[in-house]
Design a protein around this ligand. Structure first.
Ligand code: G
Ligand code: G
Ligand code: NA
Ligand code: MN
Length: 253
């Protein structure tokens, strides 16, 4: 596979970058977290979104290595923020290959130990697509991590087919409402009903909930009125490199 070979070289040449998107409280927009998002700074084509290379990356042999790199970078980003006086959590997306890897549990603990990040400031993000088709045996290490204080978020919530059964089987701490339901929240009664239902389910299951894809003040106001406590989206900040994110951490006094 030619693209796979290109990805291998890109990784070796250090062309992958992590960008970080703020996660804030509602209604007061206090910074509480950041989602780490992978980018490829291609020497000719510029900054590439994972949409164009993730499908190949995640099924390639390098998925575990790149996933481990993302985890380390994500943890060290949040550890630095904490050391600088702003303890925020970091959300790290997982590849299925990482969950399948027998070293998964140890990798996570090693990333936490080597960066000094407190366990509760790491949030692992899984989607239905990530875990569909995985053996049930991947659940035990996740549960042990959750029991050690690591957070587990169910990403893109509501877009899949097996969401409710996964809710029951996986050791989750948070639901991330997909931006598909947020986009027309103020004009589409069905979307509003779905968002309300997810918030109610989160509350009754003891799960935190964050809404994604907030682009307007109206969406934020509506979500706050529905008692959604956290939000992520362009309204509060686009994904930016770690260096740019530092300005959000240390506002000029
Ligand atoms: O950031 P962007 O919208 O381009 O991301 C597109 C998709 O790629 C999203 O669904 C996101 O979950 C996924 N993605 C982005 N960064 C990472 C990453 O670091 N690891 C994994 N496994 N998926 C990622
Ligand atoms: O699948 P996942 O939720 O991990 O994907 C997150 C992706 O959504 C990121 O790639 C990010 O660039 C994108 N994103 C984040 N906030 C917004 C937003 O407010 N609007 C839109 N259209 N995309 C967003
Ligand atoms: Na995600
Ligand atoms: Mn999502």
């Amino acid at each position: 596979h030619q693209i796979e070979e290109e990805l291998r070289q890109a990784f070796a040449r250090d062309e992958f970058e992590l960008h970080f998107q703020p996660q804030v409280t509602l209604p007061d927009a206090r910074l509480v977290g950041a989602e780490a998002l992978l980018r490829w700074r291609h020497p000719l084509r510029g900054l590439l979104s994972p949409a164009v290379f993730l499908p190949i990356l995640e099924t390639s042999e390098m998925a575990v290595d790149v996933g481990r790199w993302i985890l380390r970078r994500g943890c060290s980003f949040a550890a630095e923020a904490a050391a600088g006086g702003t303890p925020i959590r970091v959300g790290v997306n997982l590849f299925a290959a990482q969950l399948r890897d027998p070293a998964f549990f140890d990798d996570i603990l090693a990333a936490l130990a080597s960066t000094g990040l407190p366990n509760h400031l790491l949030e692992l993000e899984i989607t239905e697509t990530t875990v569909l088709g995985l053996d049930e045996s991947v659940i035990a290490p996740l549960r042990r991590l959750r029991d050690l204080g690591v957070k587990v978020a169910f990403d893109d919530y509501g877009t899949g087919y097996a969401s409710l059964s996964l809710l029951k089987r996986y050791p989750l701490t948070r639901l991330k409402i997909d931006r598909e339901f947020v986009r027309d929240l103020n004009t589409d009664a069905d979307d509003a009903a779905i968002v309300k239902a997810v918030l109610a389910m989160g509350a009754s299951l003891g799960l935190e909930v964050i809404a994604e894809g907030i682009e307007t003040a109206e969406q934020a106001t509506t979500l706050a009125a529905l008692c959604c406590r956290e939000a992520q989206g362009y309204r509060f900040g686009k994904p930016v490199p770690a260096a740019a994110f530092r300005h959000l951490l240390a506002p000029a006094s």
